[in-house]
Write a protein of this length. Structure first.
Length: 326
């Protein structure tokens, strides 16, 4: 899987474009006061896969390609992503992000909230330079992220949460920004409308597939590879698809009793055994595979070529990384 990701990252559009995006990000998180600069640049300096800027640059190839506006769009989506992570870590009381201390752990919640606000403000500054359609798109996406977070909070520790609600949260919190990343690059680069719409559908379906697979990894993955503790979701009262499927299974009563006690991460093995025994993990991976197939159908509406192949490979990489853990 790592080899396939490296092939994607070796595309000329990314080799040429990502250094410009990194420079834009470095400029965006800079500040006149050293403390402000340290806080705003904390996650930027820790790295990350930069999936969202990658999608912006790839989407732009269906239009006129990378220029300064595309670079700004790529930086803007990454800043929205990072700013939302600062806020998420406060809500989740997280200690680790990208294998480094989270901002709230390194300093405190107030600093993390203000740092996230600053990054979102920087994203807004960049988006204002992209034209009305792109700027509105990014603003709507930020609203979607917040709405998804609020719905998730409303359902914490609720054993009556259904899969439909879970899917809506995934669409708002994860898939919307991945869809926007694909779309905004194409919009700014002046791609044909049919390509813009196909890229949007690809990003949405791939985002759904990615999050479903990521939620499986939270139960069956390795903490070192995840960059966060295994079982983090259920410990925080976030019941993802495998658990929601398990709650409606023949062993749902047993699972309900365990979750009612709000168990810690030491319960992940027991939960995994129950979910495996009723096929919940495989069913969740099957749902991820179905979304991935829908993403690939959307790619079928785009011109064939190395970028379309790379998008296909990227989607499969993000989903299939959950398979070795099985």
């Amino acid at each position: 899987m790592v080899e396939s990701l490296n092939r994607i990252l070796d595309l000329p559009v990314l080799l040429d474009g990502m250094p410009m995006v990194e420079a834009e990000l470095t400029s965006a998180v800079a500040a006149e006061h050293p403390f402000v600069a340290e806080v705003s640049g904390h996650l930027h300096s820790s790295g990350g896969k930069r999936i969202r800027p990658t999608l912006v640059l790839l989407g732009a190839t269906y239009g006129k390609g990378t220029d300064q506006r595309v670079v700004r769009a790529a930086a803007a989506v990454e800043l929205i992503h990072q700013g939302s992570l600062y806020h998420d870590d406060v809500i989740d009381e997280a200690d680790i992000r990208h294998n480094v201390e989270s901002v709230n752990r390194r300093w405190d919640n107030v600093v993390a909230i203000l740092g996230g606000d600053l990054l979102l403000g920087r994203a807004s500054e960049l988006s204002s330079l992209l034209g009305e359609e792109a700027s509105n798109l990014l603003a709507r996406t930020l609203s979607a992220l917040v709405m998804g977070e609020m719905i998730e909070i409303a359902h914490l520790y609720r054993l009556d949460t259904d899969v439909t609600t879970y899917r809506r949260v995934v669409e708002l919190k994860t898939a919307s920004l991945l869809s926007t990343s694909c779309r905004v690059g194409a919009v700014v680069a002046g791609a044909p409308r049919l390509s813009i719409d196909a890229l949007s559908r690809y990003g949405l379906e791939m985002g759904m597939a990615f999050q479903l697979a990521d939620d499986v990894l939270d139960l069956v993955g390795d903490a070192a590879e995840l960059g966060k503790p295994v079982g983090k979701d259920f410990c925080e009262g976030v019941y993802t698809m495998p658990i929601l499927i398990g709650l409606t299974s023949a062993r749902g009563g047993e699972l309900r009793e365990i979750l009612a006690d709000r168990p810690g991460p030491d319960a992940v093995g027991l939960l995994r055994d129950i979910l495996d025994s009723v096929g919940a993990v495989d069913e969740a991976l099957g749902a991820a595979a179905a979304h991935l197939e829908a993403a690939r159908r959307a790619l079928g509406e785009l011109p064939a070529g190395p970028v379309t192949s790379a998008l296909d490979e990227l989607g499969r990489f993000l989903v299939e990384r959950a398979t070795p853990a099985r």
